[in-house]
Design a protein around this ligand. Structure first.
Ligand SMILES: [Zn+2]
Length: 398
């Protein structure tokens, strides 16, 4: 329905007749478009439950009494939907190390991988990131609505006007991620549906190989190419990836606790983690361990909401300086902005691949910005190096 309303406005159409059941959606769409600053007042929306009613509206050409008899509504009510309530953030305390990972990811739009034994709340930890992201602008909401209307869940809109969160299970197939054409109609996949939001990838090490490979393009280019007979189609995929993975096939291995009951051999663990290495891990800036927390210190943990203001402030600081966030910078741009740091602190860049070098620079840029600084200092590089995967997945070669 949003698409139809947009098309009417673009084509200067003055009257739109919709089926009864689409009337609410048409009003919502018109109102959302008005919030983007576009003029919508000239478009009148009529409702009709039968073709005869629609005909009465058309043939009488605005004759009010006839149209009213036909069940049409000539004038739209003023927008009734209030601006969404400010986001309510759950009043929960989180481990400082988890908070730091979420803060860095949200501030710089860095993809994030949580590693750790099963049962430590890795998956829930990813959900928390949404609370640190800014509310979408009306035009971003409109874009999201247009994308979601292409799916079977048409007309649905996220109830609280938050960025989309799309969770994908390990069984996902490439078509479910990339999208496809069905009878010449584009069906967006998870990548497109998560645009400007979060893509939560549970148990990434257990994904089929071709699905993991499919992640490569959107992680690198923030868009995805759909191949079809009439030529390729570009679809946006500007999401932050939050992936989770166990450290071994049984899921019990923890590098910091020996008591957990993992019976996997080092070779089995290596083979399991090797599923993450290469193209995918190469494109994830932050890798963080989530382990079984000790209960004793919980009351001193920071509140989740304490991280939100800092993340929002740092994002606008970085955006005004770079135009983009560090996680979105292309290799050429990151060299331009931060390349000199490699000659100032060569020790951090020895034996690091080109992608690894750019990851260090991107994360260090965000860490510096969190302190309100534009120059990367050594302690930023040190902390950035703690987010490298080699700490927890020594077999990977990213
Ligand atoms: Zn195990």
């Amino acid at each position: 329905m949003t698409r139809a309303v947009c098309a009417c406005l673009d084509a200067d159409v003055r009257r739109l007749i919709v089926a009864d059941e689409d009337f609410e959606a048409a009003l919502e769409a018109r109102e959302l478009i008005a919030r983007t600053g576009k003029s919508v007042d000239f478009l009148r929306v009529f409702r009709a439950s039968t073709l005869a009613e629609a005909w009465a509206i058309v043939s009488k050409n605005g004759n009010r009494s006839q149209s009213r008899r036909a069940g049409a509504i000539l004038r739209l009510p003023r927008p009734r939907r209030p601006r969404p309530e400010p986001l309510s953030i759950p009043e929960i305390r989180i481990p400082p190390s988890l908070g730091r990972s979420l803060l860095v990811s949200a501030s710089g739009a860095h993809h994030l991988l949580f590693l750790g034994p099963k049962g430590t709340g890795k998956s829930t930890a990813g959900d928390l990131l949404i609370h640190l992201l800014p509310d979408p602008s009306p035009s971003e909401l409109l874009e999201g609505l247009l994308i979601r209307e292409l799916t079977a869940a048409s007309g649905q809109r996220s109830p609280d006007d938050r960025p989309p969160v799309v969770r994908v299970p390990p069984s996902i197939r490439p078509a479910g991620l990339i999208g496809r054409y069905l009878r010449d109609l584009y069906q967006p996949g998870a990548f497109c549906l998560a645009d400007r939001g979060l893509l939560i990838a549970d148990e990434l090490a257990e994904w089929p190989r071709d699905s993991r490979e499919a992640l490569r393009e959107p992680l690198e280019r923030r868009s995805v190419t759909i191949h079809r007979q009439r030529g390729p189609l570009e679809s946006p995929a500007r999401f932050i990836l939050v992936a989770t993975a166990n450290l071994c096939p049984c899921g019990n291995y923890s590098p910091t606790r020996s008591k957990l009951t993992c019976r996997c051999s080092p070779r089995e663990r290596d083979r399991y983690l090797s599923h993450l290495s290469g193209p995918v891990l190469d494109r994830i800036d932050l890798v963080s361990l989530i382990d079984v927390p000790s209960d004793s210190t919980q009351k001193n943990w920071p509140l989740l909401r304490e991280f939100r203001d800092q993340a929002l402030f740092t994002r606008s600081f970085l955006q005004s300086r770079l135009g983009l966030l560090p996680g979105e910078l292309e290799p050429r741009k990151i060299e331009e902005v931060a390349g000199s740091v490699a000659s100032s602190y060569p020790g951090y860049f020895d034996l690091v691949s080109l992608r690894g070098r750019h990851k260090l620079m991107r994360v260090a840029l965000t860490l510096a910005a969190l302190e309100g600084k534009t120059e990367i200092e050594e302690h930023h590089l040190f902390e950035a190096s703690l987010f490298r995967p080699e700490r927890w997945a020594p077999t990977s070669n990213a």
